[in-house]
Design a protein around this ligand. Sequence first.
Ligand code: HSE
Length: 307
Amino acid sequence: MEELHIFSPATVANVSCGFDAMAFALEELGDEMVFTKNDSGNVTISEITGADLPLEASKNAAGVVALAMLKDANADFGVDMRIHKNYKPGSGLGSSAASSAGAAFAVNHFLGNKYSKLDLVNFAMLGEEAACGSQIADNVAAALYGGFVLIRSYEPLDIVAISTPQELCVAVIHPQIEVKTEEARNVLPKNLDLHIAISQWANVGGLISGLHSGDYDLISRSLIDRVAEPYRKQFIPGFDELRNAAMTENALGTGISGSGPSVFALTKGMETAKSVAGAMESFYSSTGIDFKVYVSGIGKNGVRIID
Ligand code: HSE
């Protein structure tokens, strides 16, 4: 039986000002998944380690994606998957997206790469809907494309790869508490004040321009979120203190990773990322809440075959 072993990266969505419209991949953190093609035509999940998630394919984000693709392609085969999650769901690091993107990539491989990357994002968004009730593209696009992506449009889907300066790095702290994306979306306002909208899209422009030109000061000035963060930071104990700790160590800026509770800080250079991670770690050790810290460059590669 044909078998495929893949890695699908964790992702940081929103990146402060780009709610639902920007994300980037991490280098090393992510899901490992093993897919086996079968003749039965069924989609099965024989194992999930590292998280308590449904094994029933129609209730699992990756399963939903595989079912939709095999049906769309009229495939005469099925797949079994084994999913190894290296970080917990509800992290704000695109856990369901990593599984959904991984399933889209692997099933496409078995289908002879019938679908484009953009098609795969559309399928993977079905997994996001299964996991959190909304078809969000940011995390799945970053996981499938790698690097930094902009979702310029949802209808039709238009994804733009954004170049990032060589030395751009990130420190991430993941408090080991779960924030459900659905709940973190429900607290957001349905309408925006025009002044807030203006400052938000101006910062998106500033961030994209800063990333393209390698202007770290402009990146720093643009990492402001007036749309989601004011409503979501209540879910993250010590959010303001984490920001202060990171900024004291020369972070370019900080924000909530996706819908939280993870908090990211962008930095110029890995040494600064490590100092920022150390400062966040040192503060969080005083809270009594368990946590994990990661440092990474921007993950240039998306989902990939690992052996
Ligand atoms: N952009 C989404 C949100 C990411 O912030 O709700 C959720 O994973």
